[in-house]
Design a protein around this ligand. Structure first.
Ligand SMILES: [Zn+2]
Length: 64
């Protein structure tokens, strides 16, 4: 007897959702100042959205 709704064996795969394993995936390089911007930190994102700005000080970028 064959079940038409049988999807067959499960296909193992890598998760593409949730927190990325690689921390670097949360960063992009700002075109204006060339500094890595943490996309999770809205303060950094807004700062780097400005047409003219300087790189943030490292102590302001680091997470506690
Ligand atoms: Zn910038």
């Amino acid at each position: 007897m064959t079940k038409l709704s049988d999807p067959g064996p499960s296909i193992p795969g890598k998760r593409h959702e949730g927190e990325p394993d690689d921390e670097d995936e949360n960063f992009y390089i700002c075109k204006v100042c060339g500094q890595p911007v943490d996309m999770r930190d809205l303060r950094q994102v807004i700062w780097h959205e400005q047409p003219r700005h300087k790189p943030l000080k490292p102590e302001l970028v680091k997470k506690p």
